[in-house]
Ligand binder design. Structure first.
Ligand SMILES: [Cu+2]
Length: 155
């Protein structure tokens, strides 16, 4: 009955589909480049001169932290400030690792060298969820746009 109105609706519907398509493609494209939900390793260098580097790191639950002793003849320790884990020994030139399975901030120090301090912040993140939700929202928007276009051609 109202041709102009119908055409406007088709144009708006098409724009909606194109916008949603672009949106969905971008979300789908960036998804593989976001941090993986699989466990990662994080390296920290330890030396008497520089301390723990980085001294403050944020990791995901289940990630492993590996300390590398840059001093060949000094033994360091990874000692929890509040005693919440068994002290790790970091032999001269060696490495030691710990998996962090519980959310929280883990402050630690080197027992023989109290100037060496650090913290591991463990977050419960599900990094893939937001982009998957964006893709889902995009697909829904595409269908909504297609329905709007189809309604017009059906009348
Ligand atoms: Cu030390």
């Amino acid at each position: 009955m109202n041709r102009e109105r119908g055409e406007l609706r088709t144009v708006l519907g098409s724009m909606m589909v194109i916008t949603a398509l672009a949106f969905t493609m971008v979300a789908a494209l960036i998804t593989p480049f976001l941090p993986s939900a699989s466990a990662a390793n994080h390296d920290i260098n330890a030396s008497y001169s520089a301390g723990f580097v980085p001294s403050d790191i944020t990791v995901a639950v289940g990630d492993t932290v590996t300390w590398h002793n840059l001093d060949s003849s000094l033994t360091h320790t990874i000692t929890s400030d509040n005693g919440s884990w068994t002290e790790l020994t970091l032999p001269g030139g060696g490495t030691v690792s710990r998996v962090f399975n519980v959310v929280g901030d883990y402050s630690y120090h080197c027992r023989p060298h109290p100037s060496m301090v650090g913290v591991v912040r463990v977050l419960n993140v599900i990094p893939e969820f937001p982009s998957l939700a964006l893709v889902a929202a995009g697909i829904i928007a595409i269908f909504a746009g297609l329905v709007a276009v189809r309604r017009r051609s059906g009348t």
